[in-house]
Design a protein. Structure first.
Length: 208
């Protein structure tokens, strides 16, 4: 079996970053070679683009600009990190991938789906995750967690609650459209309980 490509998705404060850390620790403990990475980012150049995208600024960032920057970071990430790891037989765990672009820049920003799909496919080289775990919480609970961190919100986290409700709605719509690939997991319980479901999901799909 080829090395699996697994992505974790969710709104701000969903807990997906915690879950990918727990999953990486679990795979390490079980001797499963893998790479844990994130989007935007994962390479020095893509991390620079991440800073451009997420740093608060007075200048308006137009949706088209935002979309192209995300896709540029993705192209670098895919070709420099993800594909080489998969070719070397290592599983890849990514904190976000193209589904995030579909819901943030497409469903929530209003850019046409066909344009998003075309750019997603181009930037990813046609790569599609084998499994996507959607860690789902409502925005109000997600932002309670964010506020509890005591860190200054980034540009995307500073969007309106209405925007983040649309993001969640977009994720749930995607899950219904791709039920074989995208598995919804309730992200509201404590992290260890959520992880039991994450672990069950990857065990059922890959035997981990």
């Amino acid at each position: 079996m080829k090395a699996p490509f697994v992505t974790l998705e969710g709104i701000e404060g969903s807990g997906k970053t915690t879950q990918i850390r727990l999953l990486s620790e679990y795979l390490t403990a079980n001797g499963i070679p893998h790479v844990a990475t994130r989007e935007p980012g994962g390479t020095p150049l893509a991390d620079e683009i991440r800073r451009l995208l997420l740093s608060p600024r007075e200048e308006r960032v137009f949706p088209e600009t935002e979309l192209l920057l995300y896709e540029a970071a993705r192209a670098q990430h895919v070709h420099a990190v993800i594909l080489p790891a998969l070719s070397a037989g290592k599983a890849v765990l990514s904190d976000r991938f193209f589904d995030a672009t579909s819901v943030y820049q497409g469903f929530s920003r209003g850019i046409d789906d066909s344009q998003i799909e075309g750019l997603n496919s181009f930037a990813s080289g046609g790569l599609v995750p084998d499994l996507t775990l959607l860690i789902d919480v409502d925005p109000e609970n997600g932002f309670q967690r964010l506020y509890g961190r005591g860190t200054k919100p980034d540009r995307m986290e500073s969007e309106t609650m209405e925007f983040h409700r649309k993001v969640r709605e977009g994720y749930l719509r995607l899950q219904k459209e791709h039920p074989d690939r995208i598995v919804r997991i309730d992200g509201l319980p404590p992290a260890d309980e959520v992880f039991r479901h994450v672990r069950a999901g990857v065990a059922a799909r890959f035997g981990w």
